[in-house]
Design a protein around this ligand. Sequence first.
Ligand SMILES: Nc1ncnc2c1ncn2[C@@H]1O[C@H](COP(=O)(O)OP(=O)(O)OP(=O)(O)O)[C@@H](O)[C@H]1O
Length: 132
Amino acid sequence: MERIYVTVRARPLSPEDAKSSPWRVSGNSIFFSTQSSKFEFDRIFGEECKTAEVYQARTKEIVAAAVRGFNGTVFAYGQTNSGKTHTMRGSTTEPGVIPLAVRDLFDIIQEDTNREFLLRMSYMEIYNEEIN
Ligand SMILES: Nc1ncnc2c1ncn2[C@@H]1O[C@H](COP(=O)(O)OP(=O)(O)OP(=O)(O)O)[C@@H](O)[C@H]1O
């Protein structure tokens, strides 16, 4: 597993925004329609992608590794309205990365009857360079 894995999740745009957005996605690259520069990522999730797919791509492995004693971090970064809460917290119809990780964690623990686990959990938001 690479040490750092950077992905982009494209949020569905309104038809109005889609007309004016200068950004184009091709494979795992994003480029500005009027310029030649291109930004490459480990993976780009398209507008149709579901949160479960985002979770499966890497966080699932990080959760499994954490149970084996490896530290891991998952964080979402983006401007306001870009979809961080949708991806991380989600909803009852489409749970986010945090509830999916917690569910997986308890499933793994339940299957391992030979070990005793102590769980502590916290999550935080950095907003305007302040930790909340
Ligand atoms: N992948 C997606 N598919 C459908 N709707 C989405 C998606 N991502 C975000 N949205 C919707 O877009 C809106 C803004 O998303 P969200 O609240 O997650 O943004 P945010 O980055 O957490 O914003 P803020 O930084 O202001 O809290 C919400 O109504 C959310 O449901």
